[in-house]
Design a protein around this ligand. Structure first.
Ligand code: ADP
Ligand SMILES: CSC[C@H]1O[C@H](OP(=O)(O)O)[C@H](O)[C@@H]1O
Length: 394
């Protein structure tokens, strides 16, 4: 665990970030550097440094010793910067096409210097502006298949996997997920945020004992099933895209957990668009289908060709895993839909809808779909039944 050393750790500002870049000799000597802090996430500082002369940029991301969205009253480990840098390196080796290059890291300063992706758009923002990024689901399916297979016992071997489990222990960030996704939305917690008009639906949800039982089961799986190295926060605000490329950023919540968690977060964040984006509804339904289809095909190929556990390499055991991942993913999809509607840290897909009635109707649908997926995840046995459930509610 990185200990905060006030003699070494200092939050950067736009001037000291330029000095840092110069000290690291990441630009030519005649560079004309400008710097802007562009962090729009909940937790960290992000400095965009550009050499105006040669039109080259880098990103310096720095963790603060607290959660930026709340302030100094919510202290948060700087160790998350090391977790993020290590996860970017691990995922970068496994799926280099989909991960920004890491140029430099400093655990004491809690910084990661990485490839500037500002020629791409944050997927969530692009979707809201009407983009569909036609290849994003194919890329996400491949990214998920590779990262979830190659970090598992079957892709890595059980000894090496255990070392990784240790390396990616991330208790403070996991606790945020445990609270914000699996606990707080299900009672009258201070962190929750919802419009007063949503109160009847929210209070109904708080009283739903069957739902809370299922959320407890999903939380238990999250707490105990150290299957694969997860990104841990794989929403569309953690994806850069254009019509050709997709890059996944921000894995500071990485840890060993259930494979279905990353898949479910991807499904949920695409489903926000299925719910709000009438014009491109079918495209986003297809995106959900493609993510699963590509994941399933590529994961199965890796399982058969690269399996380090000879006895595990059977079709029936592969199907057992795919069925578990799918069932868990549906449950986590439901949890993500609900927490982004009534918990802390909403999504712009919903909150940016100007018309109040349209916005409230969309939020009712995300809650309804979320509850259904959580409760019925064992009955929904395949992709077509999943899509049928989505269409019935949307
Ligand atoms: N590699 C990058 N290239 C360009 N912009 C980036 C890069 N990484 C982050 N950003 C910008 O900074 C914002 C916040 O980054 P993010 O990693 O999501 O921070 P946080 O951990 O605080 O959520 C992103 O939405 C994006 O606009
Ligand atoms: C207090 S953290 C809330 C929320 O923020 C994280 O998202 P991001 O880092 O992408 O801004 C994560 O989803 C947490 O649950």
């Amino acid at each position: 665990m990185t200990v905060l050393n006030p003699l070494i750790y200092q939050p950067l500002n736009e001037k000291t970030a330029i000095k840092q870049a110069l000290d690291l000799k990441l630009f030519p000597e005649d560079a004309d550097l400008t710097c802007k802090e562009i962090g729009d996430g909940n937790l960290n500082l992000v400095f965009h440094i550009v050499d105006q002369k040669h039109n080259q940029g880098i990103i310096i991301k720095q963790a603060l010793p607290y959660a930026k969205v709340v302030g100094e009253s919510w202290p948060l480990t700087l160790h998350r910067a090391k977790i993020e840098a290590d996860a970017l390196k691990t995922f970068g080796q496994i799926a280099p096409d989909y991960v920004p290059k890491v140029y430099y890291t400093d655990d004491q300063l809690a910084i990661t210097v990485m490839e500037d992706l500002s020629h791409l758009s944050i997927a969530r923002k692009g979707f809201i502006q009407g983009e569909t990024f036609p290849l994003i689901s194919l890329h996400l399916g491949e990214y998920l298949a590779k990262t979830l297979f190659y970090t598992s016992d079957y892709g890595l071997g059980s000894g090496a996997k255990k070392e990784q489990v240790q390396k990616f222990m991330n208790p403070e960030l996991c606790k945020i997920t445990e609270d914000l996704i699996f606990t707080d939305p299900y009672f009258d917690a201070e962190t929750n945020e919802f419009e007063e008009d949503m109160r009847p639906a929210v209070e109904e949800l708080w009283k739903d004992e069957e739902l809370k039982f299922h959320v407890n089961v999903l939380k238990k799986i999250f707490l105990t099933d150290a299957e694969v190295l997860l990104h841990g926060d794989l929403h569309t605000g953690s994806m850069f895209a254009d019509n050709q490329q997709t890059k996944i950023i921000d894995p500071e919540f990485a840890f060993y957990g259930p494979a279905g968690f990353d898949i479910g977060q991807v499904f949920a964040n695409l489903l926000f668009q299925v719910i709000v984006n009438e014009k491109h509804r079918d495209v986003f339904i297809q995106h959900v289908e493609t993510v699963w289809n590509v994941f399933q095909v590529q994961f199965s190929q890796l399982w058969e060709k690269e399996n380090k556990e000879p006895l595990a390499n059977t079709t029936s055991f592969l199907h057992y895993h795919l069925a578990k991942y799918f069932e868990d993913a549906l449950g986590y999809t439901g949890c993500e839909l609900i927490r982004r509607t009534i918990g802390l840290a909403h999504v712009a897909d919903l909150d940016s809808i100007q018309d109040e009635q349209t916005r409230l109707a969309a939020k009712q649908k995300t809650l309804e779909l979320g509850k259904n997926l959580i409760k019925k995840r064992k009955e929904i046995r395949d992709l077509s039944e999943f899509i049928r459930t989505v269409k019935e509610i949307v």
